[in-house]
Design a protein around this ligand. Structure first.
Ligand code: CMC
Length: 433
């Protein structure tokens, strides 16, 4: 085993190093405080590995993403979202029997308890669907109380996983129906995962919805591309919250809330709003770029940059191609696409972005594709959450399968007041009146 020697004030401390299967290297500092009194400080966890994981591999420099070893390009082209979910959670592609059994379990779990349906009435029609989604997902733990089981990695895990993957699409579609005031459409057993979702979103008694195979395929690709992305903000939240041994629903609810923010899964909504601002408010591409570069302005170019990718995000590449397929097939004329292409082109020629290696990320083209499917802008982060569900579940499972199991509990460097005396401060306050 290789070792790292850390010299602190003239004293050497030996720390073990670890190498992953793809050659990723780490110094194991878990004993550092005990042996030296020091902790490490890394705001934003830019250089901190929080776990060992066998689920997803990313090489950000080369723009590589793999699920359980399979390249994302192959999975996106060939696998269904259901197969991908199975792969991420259980570690291998399902055989025929496993695939059928998993699909059947998903179909059987797709309805929402009728008492839960009443919750929707309590939300204003203008509610953000991410607020509804997180609330409803947490509420699942009330409707399935047996899942509070002490031994929570028992056989109830499989059932919890299916409930979540299946019901999230029903909850998502109903949150949209609630905003339009239309009646809910029940899930249909003869439709596949993506077709079922589209049908629940858009079918209405006066205008039956026909699932177009190209749209179903595009949605499948979108969900597959979002299915996991190793230790990002929401996934690490699911792990951290889950490490207190709270149930899976509550852990995933926390992940949904973390995903909502504009720097993470909320970026897709902000990308479209940014492109609409360029289109409707006469903001030029140059002004938009200049605002993003201005250090006194908090505005960022949404859909650009990534903590890990310092190359074109492979998911954005696939989505850009899908946009062309859908727009051509349905002869859609979408001015936002031209604006997006123009913006990408201008960014690629601007030193600020090239020096910082800021490329389009998955959220840059996903919103455009969702828009072409008729999905409203505030639902985009919800679409991200539907896609990310199997990844969150797989990471939660992997953490609980790991021995020894540790609650997540970072440390800090305290920078506040040193010891002071309450009575002395009170006396000083009185004397200054
Ligand atoms: N527009 C303008 N400047 C940017 C952008 C951007 N979109 N992204 C990064 N920068 C600059 C940043 O100001 C900093 O400049 P400097 O070195 O002069 O201080 C430098 O690039 C490095 O950025 P950072 O904020 O230190 O990088 P990070 O790894 O902490 O943040 C990020 C990553 C994704 C939060 C960030 O790139 C960003 O805010 N992008 C826009 C929001 C977005 O599209 N989010 C979706 C990410 S993909 C989906 C997902 O996985 O969540």
């Amino acid at each position: 085993m290789n070792e790292a020697i850390l010299n602190l004030n003239g004293k050497d401390f030996t720390l073990p190093t670890i190498e992953g299967t793809e050659g990723e290297k780490a110094i194991d500092i878990s004993s550092l405080r005990n042996i030296s009194g020091y902790i490490t400080l890394d705001p934003g966890y830019q250089n901190t590995g929080s776990c060992l994981s066998a689920i997803t591999f990313i090489d950000g420099e080369k723009g590589i993403l793999r699920y359980r070893g399979y390249p994302i390009e192959e999975i996106a082209e060939n696998a269904t979202f259901t197969e991908t979910s199975f792969l991420l959670i259980y570690g291998h592609l399902p055989n025929d029997e496993e695939r059928k059994a998993f699909s059947l379990r998903l179909t059987e779990a797709s309805m929402i308890h009728k008492d839960m349906l009443r919750f929707f009435k309590g939300f204003p029609a203008t509610s953000h669907p991410m607020a509804i989604l997180s609330t409803m997902v947490n509420a699942l733990s009330v409707f399935y109380p047996s899942f509070y089981s002490e031994d929570f990695m028992s056989n109830t895990f499989d059932e919890m996983a299916t409930v979540l993957i299946s019901k999230i699409r029903t909850i998502a579609a109903y949150s949209y129906k609630h905003s339009t005031g239309e009646p809910f459409s029940y899930p249909k057993h003869d439709l596949r995962y993506c077709g079922n979702f589209l049908n629940m979103m858009f079918d209405s008694p006066v205008k039956p919805y026909i699932v177009e195979p190209e749209v179903e395929k595009a949605l499948n690709i979108l969900l597959v591309l979002h299915a996991d992305h190793e230790q990002n903000c929401s996934t690490s939240t699911v792990r951290l919250v889950g490490s207190s041994m709270v149930n899976l629903y509550a852990s995933i609810c926390a992940g949904i809330c973390a995903l909502w923010g504009p720097l993470h899964g909320g970026a897709n909504q902000h990308v479209i709003e940014m492109l609409e601002n360029i289109q409707n408010k006469g903001l030029s591409i140059r002004q938009c770029i200049d605002r993003a570069k201005d250090k006194n302005n908090k505005f960022r170019l949404f859909g650009f940059g990534h903590r890990v990718y310092k190359n074109y995000d492979p998911r954005a590449k696939i989505l850009k191609k899908q946009c062309n397929i859908i727009f051509e097939k349905f002869s859609i004329k979408e001015p936002l696409v031209d604006i997006a292409l123009e913006l990408e082109e201008a960014v690629s020629r601007d030193d600020y972005f090239t020096e910082r290696k800021l490329f389009p990320n998955v959220d840059f083209y996903s919103g455009i594709l969702y828009r072409a499917m008729g999905i409203p802008t505030n639902m985009y982060p919800v679409m991200f959450a539907i896609g990310r569900m199997p990844g969150w579940i797989a990471q939660w499972k992997e953490m609980h399968d790991t021995i020894p199991f540790k609650i997540g509990r970072p440390r800090q460097i305290y920078t506040g007041s040193t010891l002071r005396n309450y009575s002395e401060t009170e006396k000083e306050k009185k004397s200054s009146y």
